[in-house]
Design a protein around this ligand. Structure first.
Ligand code: GLC
Length: 468
């Protein structure tokens, strides 16, 4: 294993979920401007159309890592597709480091839109994997797609390549999330969970602590709005997109409810606890007014911007926000931000929605050994530490979580380890793509109309039919 440089040069502000900004260190090239050879390669793999979609969504196109343009000759070439993540460095740099670390395999990196465009990334991958052509050889997948990709036979079972002793080096919950039908069909990469970012300075000045309950949060947020310390009390993500499901799962779980019943075969989203939780989200906009109605069209980044701009008291978001908040080039709240588990309803418990991306090997790859070697390198302790320090992505190995360097640079990760390891999964089913659309449209309509019971009942009967 090549030693990774975890001190790699500091680049631009981390923008893990930012579609607009591309880092200088990872130049993007619009598909139209591709060199003829690269255009031919993409056409051959069927990924040109995808690169154009990615360009429209991601403000760029596919990124070709520098060494992917190098001559391959004796090397086994494999393709690797992933949603776009970057911070001080980008995934392309990790691929370059792999390519430079050995001389047998050459990985070409195909960059998809960022994870906030979850539906588009999913669609792009499904189109490719369903062709069963073996391209891309390796991919990263949102934790919610593992069951679907495994159930369709698109993801190679990795049990024989990852012995039990190696599997024990990951958080057990993540190995569970990567296991479908008793087989390990994905290899853990990064874990995430929804968490509460708060203005430590304002809370301290008001003599308040991070709120434990939604009532406490509402009281503090209202007070700060009234005293004009902030424009917005609480920011979250109400856009009709995957992240809305995450916010809903969290609200419902912090009230002791769930999307599915415990047997996984019927919906629980029509329960009183779920209705009360979604009503709370509606009330943040319409009753307590701690949230602006804009949250209904915001996903991760639009909701993050006012917070790091110093205009909001509280924000629900993923772990990537911390590094941005600490970077003076894009943040007005350096050293003023605390991170805590999300509040809960009276009688409930804090909960986080399980997020994160994991590696998959295409079951139809023609280069199985090379693909496995690459994912093992990408999931290794050294590479996970590099991703944590350079891109702010939380490791899936307890040993990496404990690294001193991680504690120094991203202290909240170690403090909130249980947020990551105890997170609540979204429904685990090969039909998740249908389930998420049912949740997204019902919750979205409930938040606009206020007819929470009617919409959640309708979602419950749709979900019952899907998972029955
Ligand atoms: C984050 C999570 C992912 C989730 C997505 C929603 O990227 O890691 O699991 O689906 O956000 O926007």
């Amino acid at each position: 294993m090549a030693k990774l440089d975890t001190d790699a040069a500091v680049g631009p502000t981390p923008r893990a979920h930012t579609p607009e900004a591309a880092p200088a260190s990872a130049p993007s090239e619009p598909a139209q401007g591709l060199a003829p050879s690269r255009r031919r390669f993409l056409q051959g793999t069927g990924l040109l159309a995808l690169s154009v979609a990615g360009g429209a969504l991601a403000g760029g196109g596919l990124l070709a890592s520098a060494s992917s343009r190098a001559s391959a000759h004796s090397r086994t070439e494999i393709t690797f597709a992933s949603a776009k993540f970057y911070g001080k460095q980008s995934i392309g740099q990790a691929v370059d480091m792999f390519n430079q670390s050995q001389s047998k395999i050459l990985v070409k990196f195909l960059e998809l839109p960022p994870p906030s465009s979850s539906t588009e990334v999913h669609q792009a991958l499904v189109q490719q994997l369903a062709r069963r052509s073996g391209t891309p050889d390796v991919f990263t997948q949102d934790v919610i797609w593992i069951a679907e990709f495994a159930g369709a036979g698109w993801a190679l079972p990795l049990d024989e390549y990852v012995p039990a002793a190696d599997r024990q080096q990951y958080f057990p919950g993540l190995i569970d999330a990567c296991t479908y039908g008793g087989k390990l069909t994905a290899l853990p990469w990064i874990v995430d969970g929804g968490m509460l970012f708060y203005r430590k300075d304002l809370l301290e000045a008001a003599g308040a602590k991070a709120p434990q309950t939604w009532d406490e949060l509402t009281a503090i947020a209202s007070e700060m709005q009234k005293s004009k310390k902030v424009d917005f009390g609480y920011l979250w993500q109400g856009k009709q997109a995957e992240v809305l499901v995450c916010d809903a799962v969290e609200a419902i779980a912090t009230n002791g409810g769930a999307i599915l019943a415990s047997d996984g075969k019927s919906a629980a989203i029509g329960s009183d606890k779920a209705i009360e939780a979604v009503q709370f989200l509606y009330d943040t906009i319409n009753k307590s007014k701690i949230s602006p109605s804009d949250v209904l069209s915001w996903d991760e980044e639009p909701s993050r911007l006012p917070f790091t701009g110093g205009k909001a008291a509280f924000l629900r978001n993923w772990s990537y926000v911390y590094a941005i908040a600490q970077d003076p080039s894009g943040s007005s709240v350096v050293d003023k931000v605390g991170v805590a588990p999300l509040p809960h309803f009276a009688g409930g418990k804090s909960a986080a929605c399980l997020g994160g991306y994991q590696y998959g090997v295409n079951a139809n790859t023609k280069h199985r050994e090379a693909a496995v070697e690459f994912v093992r390198w990408m999931s290794s302790p050294e590479t996970q530490l590099w991703f944590a320090l350079q891109l702010g992505l939380a490791p899936t190995r307890p040993a990496v979580f404990k690294e001193q360097k991680l504690g120094q640079e991203q202290p909240f990760m170690q403090q909130l380890e249980t947020v990551f390891t105890g997170a609540t999964p979204r429904p685990v089913t090969p039909k998740y793509a249908q389930v998420t659309l049912a949740i997204q449209s019902a919750v979205s309509r409930a938040l606009v109309s206020g007819e929470v019971k009617k919409e959640l009942d309708a979602a419950a009967s749709r979900i019952d039919k899907i998972v029955a």
